[in-house]
Design a protein around this ligand. Structure first.
Ligand SMILES: [Zn+2]
Length: 500
C-alpha cells in the first residue's frame, strides 16, 4: 500500500485510487514566457519520479499537465519585444518541452494548452454564474469567495485573516480593483484591453483567469474527482485554493482526492530570486551538469523538504553517480571475462539476499510517501555489497549469473527514479580512428572499424606477451595510452577502457 502526504488532510494517508489499478493525475504546468528555472524543474522532476514509481508499481497512470499560454507575463514580454503573445508562447512552449526532455522528464499523457480550451473555461464560468458563485462587472467575471463556505480548507487559511490582509493592502492603496464586490474575490474572466489577445464570450471579448484554466482542463481530461493534484508548494495559495473553490462549487462535489506539493528549492541556502542574483535556469544548469546527476541531487532530498542547490552538491551528486557507474562497469567486466571451468567464488544465496533486501527496502521507502533518499540508500548499499563481494575475484560463469542479477537490479531501480545511466558499453563508445592504422601496423588488421581495431590490438598484445615479445606488447600499450585509453592488467586479462 502506497502512503502519501495529503496537503488537504495534513497527514500521510493511504493512496486508494478512484478506479482500481488506475491513477489520474494533474500537475500544473508552466506559464510560457521564459525558460524554466531550477526551482520549477524540481517540481517537475519530483512528480516525474512519483509517476514513474506509480507505473512501476503497476498503476496505469494518466498524467495531465497544462501549458499556460495566455497570461499577463506573456503579454508583457510580447509588448517588450514587439511581437505577438502567441509568438512568445510558441517559442517558450517548445523550449519547455526541450528542457523537460533534456532533464529526462517523461512527456505527460496529455498536454493541453489553455488557448485551445477557451470554450471549456467559458462553460465552467457560466456554470459558476448560474449557481450564484460568480458575477459579471463590465466584461470581467469574478468568483465570489464568500459564497464558498469551505474556502480556505486546502491552505488552512481563514477568510477573516485573509480579509484583514486585504484591508491592510487597501489602506496602503496597492491597486485593488474597485470593480470587485469583495477584495477577496478573484477573476475568472478578464475583459480585453486594447492590443491584448482575446476571445469572444457571453461577457464580451476577453481572456480567462489563470486559476480557471486548470479547473477546466483537469475536469475535461480526467473527470472529477480525479486522484492526485500536484504542484509546487508555492501554488497552494492562492492558485490551488482557487482551483479547488471553483471546481467544487461548480460540480458540487470533490475536485481532487489527494493534493501533493513539492518543496521549495534554495540556492546556497538562500531563496532564489532575481534580486539576489542567484537565479538559475534549468538549461544553464544542464550546460555544466549531467541530467542524471541533477536528478540524483534532487532525489537525495525528500520531495517535500526544502532542497539546497549548490555547485558543491552538484559535484557530490555527480561523484555518487560515477561510483555506481564504475561499480556496474566492473561487474560487467567480471561477467564478460568469467570462465565456465573456474571455481565458484561467490556465495549465491548471499548475493540473492543482497538483491532481495535492496528491492524490498526500495519498495518500502517509496511506498512511504515516495522517500527517494531512503530508496537511493538501498541502491547504494547493494552497490557497496557487490563491490566488496567481487573485489579482486575471478568469476566463474555461475558467479556471473548472480552478478548480472545484482547489476540488473541496480539499473532497474535507478530507472524507476528516472536516473538512466549512460550506456558505457563498448558498443556505444566511439574510438579514435587512429586505432585502425595502429591495428594495421601491429595486428595486420585490414578493416575500417575502430572497435574491431581495438579488439585486434588487445589480442595482438596478449599474443605478444604470451610469446614474451615485450617490445611489441609495450609498444601497443604505449600507443593505446597515447590515444586516451586506460589499460589495467588483471588476472582475467587486460581491461581496456577509453577515456577520450
Ligand atoms: Zn493549476
Amino acid at each position: 500500500m502506497i502512503r502519501l502526504y495529503d496537503t488537504n488532510k495534513r497527514a500521510k494517508v493511504d493512496l486508494i485510487p478512484r478506479e482500481a489499478g488506475k491513477i489520474s493525475m494533474y500537475v500544473c504546468g508552466p506559464t510560457v514566457y521564459n525558460r524554466i528555472h531550477i526551482g520549477n524543474a524540481r517540481t517537475f522532476i519530483s512528480f516525474d519520479m512519483i509517476r514513474r514509481y506509480l507505473e512501476w508499481s503497476g498503476f496505469e497512470v494518466t498524467f495531465v499537465q497544462n501549458v499556460t499560454d495566455v497570461d499577463d507575463k506573456i503579454i508583457a514580454r510580447a509588448l517588450e519585444e514587439g511581437r505577438s503573445a502567441a509568438d512568445v508562447a510558441e517559442e517558450y512552449t517548445a523550449a519547455f518541452i526541450a528542457d523537460m526532455h533534456a532533464a529526462g522528464v517523461a512527456d505527460p499523457t496529455i498536454r493541453p494548452q489553455a488557448t485551445e480550451e477557451i470554450d471549456t473555461m467559458i462553460a465552467l464560468v457560466e456554470t459558476l454564474i448560474e449557481k450564484g458563485h460568480a458575477y459579471e462587472v463590465d466584461g470581467d467575471v469574478y468568483f465570489n469567495v464568500r459564497s464558498d463556505a469551505r474556502y480556505g480548507h486546502l491552505s488552512g487559511r481563514k477568510i477573516d485573516e485573509m480579509e484583514a490582509g486585504h484591508r491592510a493592502l487597501r489602506a496602503e492603496g496597492q491597486g485593488l480593483e474597485d470593480r470587485k464586490r469583495d477584495p477577496l474575490d478573484f477573476a475568472l474572466w478578464k475583459a480585453a484591453k486594447p492590443g491584448e489577445p482575446s476571445w469572444e464570450s457571453p461577457w464580451g471579448p476577453g481572456r480567462p483567469g489563470w486559476h480557471i484554466e486548470c479547473s477546466a482542463m483537469s475536469q475535461k481530461y480526467l473527470g472529477l474527482p480525479f486522484d492526485i493534484h500536484g504542484g509546487g508548494a508555492d501554488l497552494v495559495f492562492p492558485h490551488h485554493e482557487n482551483e479547488c473553490a471553483q471546481s467544487e462549487c461548480a460540480c458540487e462535489g470533490q475536485f481532487a482526492r489527494y493534493w501533493m506539493h513539492s518543496g521549495m528549492l534554495r540556492i546556497n541556502s538562500e531563496k532564489m530570486s532575481k534580486s539576489l542574483g542567484n537565479f538559475m535556469l534549468l538549461c544553464e544548469v544542464l550546460e555544466d551538469a549531467r541530467p542524471q546527476a541533477l536528478r540524483m541531487l534532487m532525489l537525495q532530498t525528500h520531495y517535500r523538504s526544502p532542497l539546497d542547490f549548490s555547485t558543491e552538491r552538484m559535484a557530490e551528486a555527480d561523484a555518487a553517480l560515477s561510483r555506481i557507474e564504475t561499480a556496474l562497469e566492473n561487474m560487467r567486466w567480471l561477467c564478460a571475462t568469467s570462465l565456465s571451468d573456474a571455481p565458484q567464488v561467490l556465495d549465491a544465496a548471499r548475493i540473492e539476499s543482497f538483491v532481495q533486501t535492496a528491492r524490498e527496502g526500495f519498495r518500502s521507502a517509496m511506498d512511504d510517501d515516495f522517500n527517494a533518499p531512503a530508496a537511493l540508500g538501498c541502491i547504494f548499499t547493494l552497490v557497496n555489497q557487490m563491490n566488496t563481494a567481487t573485489s579482486g575475484r575471478s568469476l566463474s560463469t555461475r558467479d556471473a549469473e548472480q552478478v548480472v542479477k545484482a547489476s540488473d537490479c541496480i539499473t532497474e531501480l535507478l530507472g524507476v527514479l528516472g536516473i538512466r545511466l549512460e550506456d558505457r558499453d563498448d558498443a556505444s563508445i566511439e574510438y579514435p580512428p587512429e586505432t585502425i592504422a595502429l591495428a594495421y601496423e601491429f595486428a595486420g588488421y585490414g578493416g575500417h572499424d575502430a572497435t574491431e581495431a581495438v579488439e585486434a590490438l588487445i589480442e595482438a598484445r596478449a599474443q605478444a606477451k604470451a610469446e614474451r615479445d615485450w617490445n611489441t606488447a609495450d609498444a601497443i600499450r604505449d600507443n593505446l595510452i597515447a590515444l586516451g585509453f586506460v589499460i589495467e592488467d588483471t588476472p582475467q586479462g587486460a581491461k581496456v577502457t577509453y577515456e577520450g
